[in-house]
Design a protein around this ligand. Structure first.
Ligand code: CP
Ligand code: NVA
Length: 300
């Protein structure tokens, strides 16, 4: 079998993404179970903090019969300057897969170029594909498997999550509305690519984006690595908060998603995050199932 990585949702066809999602669903219901990864190891490199990604990958490996190793930058030689190339060459001799969370997306691409085992993107400044796969699973749980034309409204920063939603929209034909202040737009190449295949609205008006949307979603205004810009960001993004007014404009059955960690009172009010339309805990759980599907496909 040829070597496959999981770097970006745009690397997959519609059938492949729907295949991952159906597999994740069957793993969750228990229709599919097994331990295909007995004796196999996943190295997990974290150059940024994590709760969900670390725990869900580690538990996923255990449940599939394998083992996961946590490698922080500071406790490994990467913190002392060992290169991505050398790290990749060495890890490829020990483990059966590598998950990496880092700043620069180019590091993940470099790793994938040299690795002889599958590489999984656990978040970069550019993309967060594992999260959006779990989000799509959550959308299907609420509205059924057919995602074509699904209206998704994004509020706030044009960040890694927004970029991965754009990629998902392009592959699956979602209708994505992005309410983003000027100067914080998503990656222009990813935006243009999505626009070539599906309906994308980029607006400065949050109420326009919310109108009738079935999925309302946002993320922190200050992503990892942007701490120094916090003060400015909190001011600029304030009008883009997801609150009762936004939810009232959305579809009456709309669901609210957030990749977490969330900051109540900033990007979302407590009323929405903890309210009846919120699906954030299902969404967090789905990280486990979606990643088991990825690990099984890539390493099984
Ligand atoms: N959503 C997400 O990736 O969470 P962590 O940063 O806790 O892994
Ligand atoms: N956009 C956020 C997502 C955290 C899971 C960040 O990059 O920090």
């Amino acid at each position: 079998m040829s070597l496959r990585h999981f770097l970006s949702l745009a690397d997959f066809s519609r059938e492949e993404l729907l295949g991952f999602l159906d597999f994740a669903r069957r793993l969750k219901t228990g229709e599919v179970k097994g331990t295909p990864l007995v004796g196999k190891s996943l190295a997990m490199i974290f150059k940024k903090s994590s709760t969900r990604t670390r725990v869900s990958f580690e538990v996923a490996m255990t449940q599939l019969g394998g083992h996961a190793l946590f490698l922080s930058e500071s406790a490994s030689q990467m913190g002392r300057g060992e290169s991505i190339y050398d790290t990749t060459m060495v890890l490829s001799r020990y483990v059966d897969g590598i998950m990496i969370r880092t700043f620069d997306h180019a590091e993940v691409m470099e790793m994938a170029r040299y690795a002889t085992v599958p590489v999984i993107n656990g978040l970069t400044d550019l993309l967060h594909p594992c999260q959006v796969l779990a989000d799509l699973q959550t959308v299907q749980e609420n509205f059924g498997p057919d995602l074509e034309g699904m209206t998704v409204a994004w509020f706030g920063d044009g960040n890694n999550m927004a970029n991965s939603w754009l990629e998902a929209a392009g592959v699956l034909g979602l209708e994505l509305r992005l309410a983003i202040p000027e100067g914080f737009d998503p990656d222009p190449r990813i935006l243009e690519a999505a626009r070539r295949t599906t309906k994308i609205l980029l607006t400065r008006d949050p109420l326009e984006a919310a109108e009738g949307a079935r999925v309302v979603t946002t993320d922190t205004w200050v992503s990892m690595g942007q701490e120094k810009e916090k003060e400015e960001r909190l001011k600029v993004f304030r009008p883009y908060q997801v609150n009762g007014e936004i939810m009232a404009r959305a579809h009456p059955e709309a669901i609210f998603l957030h990749c977490l960690p969330a900051y109540r009172g900033l990007e979302v009010t407590a009323e929405v995050l903890d309210g009846p339309q919120s699906r954030v805990w299902d969404e967090a759980e789905n990280r486990l199932h979606a990643q088991k599907a990825i690990l099984w496909e890539l390493m099984g």
